[in-house]
Design a protein. Sequence first.
Length: 60
Amino acid sequence: MCDFCRESNADKTWDAGGSHEFRISEGGLYYYDEKYGWEGIAVNFCPMCGQSLRGENDGE
């Protein structure tokens, strides 16, 4: 895991994020928008290091 994967999976509150903050959680890449809050898309790999985000029991 790279710093992005490790930091994204740490215990963080999801109340509000910083402007254009990105996080990875449960197979999704989420970003914070001041107007709409947290939004995201499904991803299979970390966009920074390419590490698979699918667990061993997720059909892989």
